[in-house]
Design a protein around this ligand. Structure first.
Ligand code: DD3
Length: 331
């Protein structure tokens, strides 16, 4: 116990919050299983979740996206198994029940039943979910779209203006009405400032899949297309201070980071993704990710580079924007 406690302490990435969770789980164990069951039953909103449809699932990624309902509210629930961490191995080996499946020569396979605190599934709930949320997670084919500067003005811009995607969660972060305790770094300057915090796809238990987002304080920059050379100080500030803060907090140098913007983004408020090199984060492929270093250089050589260039990006079969490109005879 003291050995694992020491290891847990050494595991710097584990937040205050999650170590508290581990302690609570341990205390619950000591109180006996029945008590735990009852206690979590009272607060488990998933007991009232009725599954409508599995939107997608992946044996390799060990996740499942489910459309369902809480009473009369539409919802999306995402379940995902998390990586096995080295610092939990001692607890895993000493605290598990092991069931033999087969034995053959020098080979044997088992089903290991992990102790409660090592048997958690990362769960994300979107409720009430709109039709768009449900479509977003529905497995579907993608098509590469070619968007000229004119196409952006005549097809994409009117579409995103008419959609009015809600940015409430972004404003909640910027105004400290949500996730304030998760902020890793903030530069409060209204022009070049930003908030850096873990993307909620990352459970922060291991750096291998590090994923942070820098959200600009400045409002009104919808995407890459809106970036002009006047935004260079903002972009350079996010790049430099973001890398510095990640070095400070996670001891990861810039040479281990992939820093990029999405086009199309999933929300139209300027934000930059910081992921660990080697972790194939969703959306980090060449068809969607634009390295911040390249974006900066392109704007330095042409102040309206992103206004005039033809940009390429994938759209999913059910995306309303894809229909607009089809209607315009661009696909
Ligand atoms: C989102 C893209 C957006 C569904 C889902 C995710 N990181 C977020 C709210 C708070 C966050 C994020 C929209 C939404 Cl599953 C619809 O992502 C968020 N907080 N990516 C953080 N830290």
């Amino acid at each position: 116990m003291s050995e694992t406690a020491a290891k847990r302490e050494a595991n710097w990435v584990e937040s205050e919050n999650s170590s508290r969770k581990v302690k609570r789980a341990k205390a619950d164990e000591d109180n006996g299983q029945e008590e735990v069951g009852k206690e979590s039953e009272a607060e488990n909103i998933l007991h009232g979740f009725k599954t409508c449809k599995v939107l997608s699932d992946s044996a390799r990624e060990k996740n499942i996206f489910i459309h369902g309902k809480f009473a009369d509210k539409e919802a999306v629930v995402i379940l995902e198994k998390t990586p096995i961490r080295e610092d939990t191995l001692a607890d895993l080996f000493s605290g598990s029940v092991l069931k033999l499946e087969m034995k053959n020569d020098i080979y044997s396979t088992y089903r290991l039943q992990a102790p409660h605190h090592l048997n958690e599934i990362k769960t994300t709930v979107v409720c009430p979910a709109t039709e768009k949320h449900i479509k977003k997670y529905q497995r579907q084919e993608s098509f590469l779209v070619e968007e000229t500067g004119e196409d952006y003005e005549s097809i994409t811009l009117p579409y995103i203006q008419q959609q009015s995607f809600s940015l409430q969660w972004v404003y909640n972060i910027l105004e400290k009405n949500a996730e304030a305790d998760r902020i890793v770094f903030e530069d409060p300057d209204p022009k070049v400032g930003f908030v850096l915090l873990p993307d909620f796809k990352w459970d922060q238990k291991q750096v291998d899949d590090l994923y942070l987002i820098a959200i600009a304080h400045c409002r009104g920059i919808r995407s890459l297309r809106d970036l002009k050379s006047e935004h260079l100080p903002l972009l350079q500030n996010i790049f430099e201070k973001g890398k510095e803060a990640i070095m400070q907090r996670y001891n990861l140098p810039a040479s281990k980071l992939r820093v990029y913007l999405h086009y199309q983004p999933s929300y139209y408020h300027l934000h930059v993704h910081f992921t660990k090199l080697g972790y194939e984060a969703p959306g980090c492929g060449v068809e969607r990710a634009h390295l911040l270093a390249d974006v900066i250089q392109n704007l330095q050589s042409d102040f309206q580079y992103y206004k005039t260039r033809t940009l390429y990006f994938p759209l999913r079969a059910e995306d309303g924007l894809l229909s607009k490109f089809k209607e315009s005879g661009k696909l």
